[in-house]
Design a protein around this ligand. Structure first.
Ligand SMILES: [Zn+2]
Length: 168
């Protein structure tokens, strides 16, 4: 399989039914490299070009990477595994969307030629959660008080009280 060219020539690639695969590093991705701390990690990208309904150029693909971001709850690093997959149809008129399978996401009036790395970056950006957080219950940075281990209350204490009150 061949590597992804710097510039995507949409119609030409789609007509040829080209399939590309390439491994980048996170630092290759503009805008992403500025917000993550794992710039040397790998990014695996697959792009598949084809024509749908005899004339509509399409790109189906996937990106797979890990991003190390600041957890918005504890402000420590959180590593997220991202795997955006996409199935895009590039249409010229909105009514072209009517004949397409609903699984396609339609893009109106795209340029015939565009930067592959910018395109990939866009797909990664929209897959990053707005508020990245650890999946476990981390300690909120807002809670500045030192962590004091609370003595667990005997769960039966309340029940004991109830019993005592009914006796009276
Ligand atoms: Zn956290």
């Amino acid at each position: 399989m061949q590597g992804i060219p710097a510039n995507i020539k949409l119609l030409s690639f789609a007509k040829k039914g080209l399939i590309f695969s390439q491994t980048y590093t996170v630092k290759d991705l503009p805008r992403i490299r500025d917000i993550v701390s794992n710039v040397d990690d790998q990014v695996n990208v697959k792009l598949n070009f084809y024509i749908e309904n005899n004339k509509i150029p399409c790109i189906e693909g996937s990106v797979e990477l890990e991003v190390a971001l600041d957890c918005q709850r504890c402000l420590k690093e959180v590593k997220l595994h991202l795997n955006p997959v996409f199935k895009l149809a590039f249409i010229i008129h909105e009514n072209q969307a009517e004949d397409l399978d609903p699984s396609f996401e339609t893009i109106l009036n795209a340029d015939e030629e565009f930067s592959a790395i910018e395109f990939i970056t866009d797909e990664v950006l929209i897959s990053i959660p707005m508020i990245p957080m650890h999946s476990h219950e981390c300690q909120s940075y807002k809670d500045k008080s030192p962590v004091i281990e609370q003595k667990r209350k005997n769960p039966f204490a309340v029940l004991e009280q109830l019993k005592n009150s009914t006796k009276e």
